[in-house]
Design a protein around this ligand. Structure first.
Ligand code: GLN
Length: 484
């Protein structure tokens, strides 16, 4: 058996039945990481530390202590999540030597659940990008075909799961950064409801949109991960104090009878790619034949979500990134005339091209004279989008769309065309703008063998509905694990 291809559910059983130890699993994981190093999926690994923790968990298991399904399972986190005494670089030169003094809440929670964090994943610098080509430390390659991008910004996180380097990972999603790379790499990615997972200790890009979420090989594994990381955190002021659910135990009933699935005409009007259209049509047909009710809904302002997103996210990024001044963080410049010159030189040296573009755009839309025309207008359209989704969810349980307008593109194909790059996010950003939940699941492969993703969008705190529908589809219609 090729153990690294297994799911969390299966390895957890193997661990419980003592057919494998956690130390062995960590060794297998590190071996696979070494063999697939050229994909540049990871920033660094914590080999000795991981083996030490695995040893402790194996001892606990031998003593018969009650353990969770994640106990002793190797996972990876994105490099914008703080873990004490490790580098958190956000794939930026600015933070190349930054060592975290504390743990993010999600890290504490994973450790508490017994997961073994074996490394950190590469990403687009400060999570800005859709291809993981904006990394200060080299381009990230898709494990399915290294000539293609992984998507971004959590490209390393999605790629490390698809490349069987670990069993699950954490990414962050501000406008699609978990779902889009999950679609491109053929794995399952969840953008949880805004406020469900704590952002404490996660480097902020656009604070009103950012969410941490799990990337896994199957829908059920995703629920196991969400169980570990979700929940109220009094250290974070946007964290929601909602009743804790048990996603793995309670989400699945293996039926979609009577489920109302919404299809927004405006989403499908935008589609051009034949293979994407075909995979979505197949999915809709499958849902219909299995007892779901397909309902046509309307989201008239969805076409404006992309513009709203790029105004709001850039405005928030410009203020969040103001702290990176070369004094508190980063490598200071040696020669400078005065303090302003110092900031300019440090920031010019430290940030990559895309990050600079967002800072300039953000400061422009926030500047007096333009604030009303851009920022306030975007806020007003955001409210319209929120109310349109609210109206839609009074008629249906889940809305479906493609995750992305196409499958993965080749490395280099879109780097010089930022607008074309931004268009990748057309289906994912509305979910962040409206603070909703959404799951991307594999729904087919294109003629080059590259995966396609289906997006299941739920109202706030509808993760269990998404999991049930996603699991039903994965079990009865399409599973990429059977294609591979
Ligand atoms: N691709 C989008 C952007 O570049 C989304 C990024 C994200 O979700 N972090 O802004």
């Amino acid at each position: 058996m090729e153990i690294m291809k297994e799911t969390i559910e299966n390895v957890s059983n193997l661990l419980n039945n003592k057919q494998i130890s956690s130390v062995e699993l960590v060794k297998e994981s590190l071996k696979q990481i070494e063999q697939t190093k050229s994909l540049n999926l990871l920033r660094e690994t914590y080999n000795e530390q991981a083996l030490d923790v695995a040893q402790i968990i194996d001892e606990k298991r031998t003593k018969g202590e009650k353990l969770t399904p994640l106990s002793g399972v190797p996972i990876i986190i994105k490099d914008n999540i703080n873990m004490k005494d490790t580098l958190t670089t956000c794939s930026s030169k600015f933070l190349a030597n930054y060592v975290s003094p504390y743990n993010a809440t999600v890290v504490d929670k994973l450790i508490q659940a017994g997961a073994i964090i074996i490394g950190k994943a590469n990403m687009d610098e400060f999570a800005m990008g859709s291809s993981s080509e904006n990394c200060a430390f080299g381009v990230v390659h898709n494990p399915i075909n290294p000539e293609y991008v992984t998507g971004g910004s959590s490209g390393g996180s999605a790629g490390t799961v698809a490349g069987n380097q670990c069993f699950a990972s954490l990414g962050t999603d501000t406008g699609g950064s978990i779902r889009q790379p999950s679609a491109f790499c053929g794995v399952v990615g969840l953008k949880p409801t805004y406020g469900l997972v704590s952002r404490y200790g996660v480097v902020a890009f656009a604070s009103s949109l950012d969410q941490v979420g799990p990337i896994t090989k199957t829908v059920r594994d995703n629920a196991i991960m969400l169980d570990a990381i979700a929940g109220y955190d009094n250290k974070e002021f946007t964290s929601c104090d909602v009743k804790k659910e048990n996603y793995y135990k309670d989400s699945f009933n293996n039926s979609i009878k009577g489920l109302k699935i919404g299809i927004a005409k405006e989403f499908f009007d935008l589609l051009e790619n034949e293979q994407v259209i075909k995979s979505c049509t197949n999915a809709i047909e499958f849902f219909k034949q299995n007892g779901a009710e397909i309902i046509e809904i309307s989201l008239p302002h969805i076409k404006d979500a992309l513009a709203v997103y790029y105004v709001l996210s850039s405005a928030e990024a410009a203020s969040n990134l103001a702290r990176f001044d070369g004094i508190k963080y980063g490598v200071p410049t040696d020669e400078f005339a005065d303090i302003v010159d110092f900031y300019i030189k440090s920031r010019t040296k430290g940030f990559g091209k895309e990050v600079k573009r967002r800072i300039m755009l953000g400061n422009f839309v926030l500047s007096s004279g333009y604030f009303d025309a851009y920022y306030n207008k975007a806020k007003a359209v955001q409210n319209l989008i929120i109310s349109e989704f609210k109206n839609a969810f009074s008629k249906c349980d889940v809305i479906i769309s493609p995750t992305t307008p196409s499958s993965a593109f080749k490395i280099g194909e879109k780097v010089n065309n930022p607008l074309e790059m931004y268009l990748n996010d057309i289906y994912t950003v509305p979910v962040n703008v409206a603070t909703l939940s959404a799951l991307s699941i594999p729904c087919g492969v294109d003629k080059n063998g590259m995966p396609l993703g289906l997006q299941l969008i739920g109202d706030r705190f509808s993760e269990s509905k998404l999991y049930n529908l996603g699991d039903y589809f994965e079990k009865n219609c399409f599973s990429i694990r059977e294609v591979k």
